[in-house]
Design a binder for this molecule. Sequence first.
Ligand SMILES: Nc1ncnc2c1ncn2[C@@H]1O[C@H](COP(=O)(O)OP(=O)(O)O)[C@@H](O)[C@H]1O
Ligand SMILES: Nc1ccn([C@H]2C[C@H](O)[C@@H](COP(=O)(O)OP(=O)(O)O)O2)c(=O)n1
Length: 208
Amino acid sequence: MIVTIDGVAASGKSSVSSGVARALGIPYVSSGLLYRAATLLGLEAGVDLHDAQALLALLDTHAPRLEPLAEGNRVWAGERELTDALHSSRVDAGVSVVAVLPELRAWVDAQLRTLPEPFVAEGRDMGTNVFPQAGAKFYLTASPRIRAERRARERPEDIPAIEAALIRRDAKDKVQSAPAPDATVIDTGPLTLEGVIGVILEGLGKGS
Ligand SMILES: Nc1ncnc2c1ncn2[C@@H]1O[C@H](COP(=O)(O)OP(=O)(O)O)[C@@H](O)[C@H]1O
Ligand SMILES: Nc1ccn([C@H]2C[C@H](O)[C@@H](COP(=O)(O)OP(=O)(O)O)O2)c(=O)n1
């Protein structure tokens, strides 16, 4: 079985997916990390992030791969672990340029579709484009201010700067971020992390 959890930036997708996956005893898959890995490799090599062919050549050389553990996904390029470098503000700022390229989307989708079920998949288009056949679909939202307040605990910038960057990224990611028509939309604003996980487990018939 596949459960999809899509949503806007910093809406809680990876934390919620990890909690749901742990409760179900299955892995979760963070698709955004693959877009982030392509962005990091592009930035490090100094290539133009609009240049799909140059990025694909880098992906061919470094072959980044996702390790979808329930407690937190990791990304490797050969022996080198990229995970800690994937959540910098520099990668945040570049990733939407990369994520809009059809060639890069095809590369990520092909990687995801090789993964063995069951798993929880999180991102933007898990329930629409990549796994339309998923057994259960959820979509997380929250206001930009609330998301910025949460992310400020993980980034050096202040809340207004993070909020402005999130709004810019929401706009750039809009095309691939529409909720699936059959997804349950959850406003995480008034809920705790455990509360959101509980709503989803309830929806899956696994509530306590
Ligand atoms: N409902 C919630 N209430 C409070 N904090 C939350 C909630 N959901 C997520 N968070 C926190 O917000 C931050 C961003 O969540 P994250 O899972 O990284 O989001 P995403 O994967 O959508 O970018 C994390 O520190 C997480 O613990
Ligand atoms: N399935 C996906 C997952 C992520 N993306 C893009 C959109 C986002 O700006 C980046 C990074 O996504 P990620 O989920 O890692 O991070 P945020 O929650 O947006 O902070 O990748 C996408 O286009 N499609």
